[in-house]
Design a protein around this ligand. Structure first.
Ligand code: C2E
Ligand code: CA
Ligand code: CA
Length: 563
C-alpha cells in the first residue's frame, strides 16, 4: 500500500497549514491573508510549534516558519523536522526579512521563503500552493519509484535514472551488474515467505551500501533479481561477491548463494535494457557452476554472434551473387611408382565482398544449425556436377568428385531424387560423384541415417565415411554400417610422428577395412614421411597439402588437362 501524502483537511477541500511566528501581528496578518485558501493552526514559539506538529502531523500540509524566535528558533525546528520521518511529508516555507538566511534555510530543507513584511497576498498563496504540490508530487513519485521491501528503485525508474545519469556523465565508463539468488523459490518453500522476504531485504541493504560507496544505483527487478549500475571499477567484484555471500552466512542458517553477471564498461550506444540483458546472460552462464559466484560478459562471444547473424542474413544474396565457389582438392593414388590423380573433394568457399574469404569451418556449422545448409549443399552439388560434365566435354576425361553431405541433408526426403536429378541433367553416373558423410552423423540417429545411406547405396552411390575415428562408431557398428570408403581423420595422420600408438592404430584400421571390404583414404597428409608410412600399411589414396591445397576450378581443370 502506498502511503498518501495528499492531505485535505476540511470538507471544503482546504489544506491545513501551521503558522509559526513569535509576533502576534505577523501571525494574524498572515492568517488573514491565507484563510480564504487554507485552514490555519498557529504556534507562537519553536517549542509550541513542535507540540502542534506532534499532534497534527498527519493533517498538516505546510509549515510557515519564522526563523528568528527566542528559545527554539526556526533553524532548530527545521533541523528537527528534517531528521524525523514523521514530518518528512511536510514542506516548510521560511518567513524571513533578511535575505542572507535563505541559503542556510534552503540547505536545511526549506522549500521556499517569504519575505517579511508581507506585501503581495497572491504571491504568498501561490508560493504556498506550489510548495505543497511539489512535495506531494515528489512523495507520490518516491513511493512508487521505490519498491517497498528493499527500498530500491523499481525497474522503470531505475532504467530512466540510469539513462539520465548517462546523459550527465557521458565520459564515465559504467558497469552493468545483474544479481540473483540461486534457488530462491526453495528458500521460500522451505523456510516460508517471511524468511524469503528477509533474505531479499538483506540483499537489498547490502546493495544499498555498495551503491552509496560507489555512487551508483540499484533496483529490484523482480522476485530475487537485482540490478546495479556502477561507475566502472568502483568496486572489486571479487571482494563484493565474497562479502555478499559471507554476509548471508553470518546472518542466518539459510544457505544463500548470490550469483552475479557483470557487463563491464558498457557500450552506451546500446539501449539500457540490452546492457542489463548482457549482464544477465553472464550470470546465467554460471547457473550450474557452484564453484563460481560471478562471471563477466564475454564481448568477443557477442561479436561472434553478430558475425554469425550477418552471415545468415546475407546468405540468400550470396547464393544469388555467386559468392559461393567450389575449390577442388585432388586425391592421389600412390600405389604405383608415380602418384596418379584419382579423384577430388569439392570444398565450398565463400568469397564475401567485404569479409573476404570466409572459411567453411565458420559458416557450415552455423548453416547446419538453422537449416540453410540444405540450400547451400544442393547448390554446390549441382555446380560440382556441372563442372564434371564440362571437364568431360573439354578434356574428354574426368575424375570422380566427392561432395560433402551434411547430416542435416540426410533428413530431407527428396535427397535421393535430387542427387539423381543433377546427375541426369549432366549425363553423369553415380561412379562420378561420391558422397562424404561425417562419421558423427551415423551415431546421431543411427536407424534413420543407416536407412537413407542404404538407399543411396542401392541407387549406386559410393559413400565415404568422413572424419573416421573422431565419432563414436564402435567396431561392432562398423560391420553393419553401409559405407564403401573410410576417410581417416586428419588427426591420425598428423599424430603419426609424435605418437607410436597412432601407427599401431592406423595399421589396425587398415586391417579392419580390408576385412570389411572397405577402401581407406587418408586426408591432411602434409609430409613425405606420412605418405611413406600410409603406403607401407596399404593406404593408397591420399589427400593433403603434401600434394595440393584445394584449388580454384580453373587450376584444378589445368591439372586434369595435364594428366
Ligand atoms: P572436411 O570435409 O574434413 O574437409 C577437409 C578439410 O581439411 C578442408 O578444410 C581442407 O581444406 C583441409 N585440408 C586439406 N588438406 C589438408 C592438410 O594437408 N592439412 C590441413 N591442416 N588441412 C587440410 P575446409 O575446406 O576449410 O573445410 C572444412 C570443413 O567444412 C570440411 O571438413 C567439411 O566438413 C566442411 N565443408 C566444406 N565444404 C562443404 C560443403 O560443400 N558442404 C558441407 N556440408 N560441408 C562442407
Ligand atoms: Ca569432407
Ligand atoms: Ca574430413
Amino acid at each position: 500500500m502506498l502511503k498518501s501524502h495528499v492531505k485535505f483537511h476540511s470538507t471544503a477541500g482546504k489544506r491545513l497549514v501551521l503558522i509559526v511566528d513569535d509576533e502576534q501581528v505577523n501571525r494574524e496578518l498572515l492568517g488573514y491573508i491565507v484563510s480564504s485558501d487554507f485552514d490555519v493552526l498557529y504556534a507562537a514559539s519553536g517549542e509550541e510549534a513542535m507540540q502542534v506538529l506532534k499532534e497534527n502531523a498527519q493533517h498538516i500540509s505546510l509549515v510557515l516558519l519564522d526563523l528568528m524566535m527566542p528559545g527554539m528558533d526556526g533553524f532548530d525546528v527545521m533541523r528537527i523536522m528534517r531528521n524525523d520521518s514523521a514530518y518528512e511529508g511536510i514542506p516548510i516555507l521560511v518567513l524571513t526579512n533578511e535575505e542572507k538566511a535563505e541559503v542556510e534555510s534552503l540547505r536545511l530543507g526549506a522549500s521556499d521563503f517569504i519575505i517579511k513584511p508581507f506585501r503581495n497576498p497572491e504571491v504568498i498563496i501561490a508560493r504556498m500552493q506550489k510548495a505543497i504540490e511539489l512535495f506531494e508530487d515528489r512523495h507520490i513519485i518516491e513511493s512508487t519509484e521505490r519498491e517497498p521491501l528493499t527500498g530500491l528503485f523499481i525497474k522503470n525508474f531505475f532504467y530512466r535514472y540510469a539513462e539520465q545519469y548517462d546523459q550527465y556523465h557521458t565520459d564515465t565508463p559504467m558497469d552493468a551488474i545483474a544479481l540473483d539468488i540461486s534457488h530462491f523459490h526453495l528458500i521460500n518453500e522451505m523456510y516460508g515467505r517471511d524468511a524469503g522476504d528477509g533474505v531479499l531485504k538483506h540483499l537489498g541493504a547490502f546493495l544499498k551500501s555498495v551503491i552509496e560507496r560507489a555512487n551508483g544505483m540499484a533496483c529490484r527487478l523482480e522476485a530475487d533479481k537485482f540490478l546495479m549500475y556502477l561507475p566502472a571499477d568502483s568496486e572489486s567484484y571479487e571482494d563484493m561477491f565474497v562479502k555478499i555471500n559471507e554476509h548471508f552466512n553470518s546472518y542466518s542458517d539459510i544457505n544463500v548463494r548470490v550469483r552475479g553477471g557483470i557487463y563491464k564498461n558498457v557500450d552506451k550506444s546500446l539501449g539500457i535494457e540490452r546492457r542489463f540483458d548482457r549482464a544477465t546472460q553472464a550470470a546465467n552462464q554460471i547457473k550450474n557452476d557452484f564453484t563460481k559466484s560471478f562471471s563477466y560478459y564475454d564481448i568477443t562471444k557477442h561479436e561472434r554472434e553478430i558475425y554469425a547473424e550477418r552471415l545468415i542474413n546475407e546468405f540468400d544474396a550470396a547464393i544469388e551473387n555467386h559468392q559461393f565457389q567450389i575449390y577442388y582438392q585432388p586425391k592421389y593414388n600412390v600405389q604405383g611408382e608415380e602418384p596418379v590423380l584419382a579423384s577430388a573433394e569439392a570444398l565450398v568457399r565463400w568469397k564475401h565482398p567485404d569479409l573476404g574469404m570466409v572459411s567453411p569451418g565458420m559458416f557450415i556449422p552455423l548453416f547446419e544449425k538453422n537449416g540453410l545448409i540444405q540450400k547451400l549443399d544442393y547448390y554446390i552439388w549441382a555446380k560440382a556436377a556441372e563442372d564434371v560434365r564440362r571437364w568431360k566435354e573439354t578434356f574428354g576425361k574426368s575424375v570422380p568428385v566427392s561432395v560433402n553431405v551434411s547430416r542435416v541433408d540426410l533428413y530431407h526426403h527428396d535427397l535421393v531424387t535430387y542427387l539423381q536429378k543433377i546427375l541426369a541433367e549432366n549425363s553423369l553416373s553415380t561412379k562420378e560423384m561420391y558422397l562424404e558423410i561425417t562419421e558423427s552423423a551415423y551415431t546421431e540417429n543411427a536407424d534413420q541415417i543407416v536407412y537413407v545411406i542404404d538407399l543411396l547405396r542401392k541407387k549406386g552411390f559410393q559413400i565415404e565415411m568422413d572424419d573416421f575415428g573422431t565419432g563414436y562408431s564402435s567396431l561392432n557398428m562398423l560391420a553393419d554400417i553401409p559405407v564403401d570408403i573410410l576417410k581417416l581423420d586428419m588427426k591420425f595422420v598428423q599424430n603419426l610422428r609424435t605418437n607410436q600408438k597412432q601407427e599401431t592404430l592406423v595399421r589396425l584400421i587398415m586391417d579392419i577395412a580390408r576385412y570389411l571390404n572397405m577402401r581407406v583414404v587418408a586426408e591432411g597428409v602434409e609430409e613425405k614421411s606420412q605418405v611413406d608410412f600410409l603406403r607401407s600399411v596399404g593406404c593408397y589414396v591420399i589427400q593433403g597439402y603434401y600434394f595440393s591445397k584445394p584449388l580454384p576450378e580453373e587450376e584444378f581443370a589445368q591439372l586434369l588437362k595435364e594428366q
